[in-house]
Design a protein around this ligand. Structure first.
Ligand code: HEC
Ligand SMILES: [Cu+2]
Length: 381
């Protein structure tokens, strides 16, 4: 069928060019911010990570979370696939853009072109080689991308724990993380400790993810991909296999309400011997120090005990983070502030000033009571 020549051919290419440039600009922005743009209070300052030695037992954590510095097998696989996909579609994009730019320059309306109808290019209809080329080639490309992604997904989404793995149950709460170590019989919060061999050998960790309320998403980009944490449903699973020690940070990646942005994750990958020591400490009941008995009394006769557990005391609430070994953690409120005396006092005075919207109310304690309770909490090593 023969098309009538459009009377205004100039408008289309330039708007096409504009929107193409816009697309490229968007991609650049997404890549430069999206993968590393997790605002984190818990990362140390940058100089810390730049002065590092090499090797599996040095700190492999990037100064801000990024999927471009994988330190765990599934994260590495995801990045490999990412580069392959970006490579293929990037090359196609460049070819298409080049052809568009070429056509715009070569065939744009020029002065003295008024009689162009006469030199219309050859019209080709139903050319088998051409139609075959633009059918088969895209199918091949899509097939390659499909196979590579499918293989990656099957390897990453393990439904059963790999040999010799540590098993941890992760429970997402608004807006903090509970970590249960059923093998070892204790519960902690917000900081996940997992081992790497003392000689740097990889040890798998198998996470079972549950939610106590809404949908969350567990994402520590240097260690693995995002995995949704869904309530009232069979557990989702996630497999980590770090190859470098370090303190990795991540973030809830599914909007879950007001304090979502402050729902950070810290994963501490440490040599097995240190991990074992940490486990032994966590298994102990809370420290009892008679010097802080007054503070403990304030804690025990306040509503704190309805929400929090401190093993070995009357406090057995499960609504909020277990505080039995609170001082073994480096952050308060799932990364909302570092665990330092100043912030702890501010937190007990009014958590909303540190983590707006969180589920702990200001407890209306007097300054003296705050001081006593904090002195008590600070013994919970
Ligand atoms: C209504 C329940 C509730 C009461 C009562 C309560 N808290 Fe909390 N508390 C929470 C919740 C929920 C969190 C987690 C907040 C978050 O990170 O979003 C929390 C977090 C904390 C944290 C930080 C824990 C961590 O690892 O990040 C400390 C410390 C704490 N509470 C101490 C206390 C003390 C001391 C009292 C009593 C004076 C108290 N809480 C009373 C619900 C409660
Ligand atoms: Cu969340």
């Amino acid at each position: 069928m023969r098309h009538e020549r459009s009377t205004k051919p100039q408008a289309a290419p330039s708007s096409l060019l504009q929107s193409s440039f816009r697309c490229i600009a968007c991609l650049v922005i997404v890549f430069s911010t999206g993968f590393s743009g997790v605002a984190i209070a818990v990362t140390g300052d940058e100089s810390e990570s730049s002065s590092l030695k090499q090797g599996p037992l040095c700190d492999g954590a990037a100064s801000s979370p990024t999927m471009f510095a994988p330190r765990s097998r599934p994260a590495q696989q995801i990045l490999d696939i990412t580069w392959l996909v970006i490579g293929i579609v990037g090359a196609l994009g460049v070819i298409v853009m080049a052809m568009i730019v070429f056509s715009i320059i070569r065939y744009s309306h020029k002065q003295g072109d008024e009689n162009r109808d006469e030199d219309e290019p050859p019209q080709i209809y139903g050319s088998n080689p051409i139609e075959l080329a633009w059918t088969v080639l895209p199918i091949l490309i899509v097939f390659v991308l499909f196979m590579v992604s499918a293989r990656g997904i099957f390897e990453i989404e393990k439904e059963t724990p790999p040999e010799g793995s540590l098993e941890v149950t992760v429970v997402g709460h608004r807006w903090w993380w509970e970590f249960d170590y059923p093998e070892y019989g204790f519960v902690t919060a917000n900081e996940l400790h997992i081992p790497i061999g003392d000689d740097g050998a990889e040890i798998p960790t198998f996470l079972s993810l549950q939610s106590a309320d809404v949908i969350h998403s567990f994402w520590v980009p240097q260690l693995a991909g995002k995995t949704d944490v869904v309530p009232n449903r069979d557990k989702n699973h996630l497999w980590l296999q770090p190859n470098m020690a370090g303190k990795y940070v991540g973030q809830c990646a599914e909007y879950c309400g007001g304090a979502h942005a402050n729902m950070l994750i810290t994963v501490i990958v440490e040599p097995e011997s240190e991990f074992k020591k940490w486990v032994a400490e966590q298994q102990k009941p809370a420290v009892e120090d008679s010097k802080v008995a007054k503070g403990r009394h304030v804690f025990e006769r306040t509503a704190c005990i309805n929400c929090h557990t401190i093993r070995g005391t009357v406090a057995n609430g499960t609504f909020a983070p277990d505080l039995t070994h609170f001082m073994s953690r480096t952050v308060i409120g799932a990364g909302a502030a570092p665990n330092e005396p100043k912030y702890l006092r501010q937190w007990i005075h009014d958590p909303q000033t540190i983590k707006p919207g969180c589920d702990m109310p200001a407890m209306k304690l007097t300054n003296e009571e705050i001081e006593l309770v904090c002195a008590y909490l600070e013994t919970l090593k």
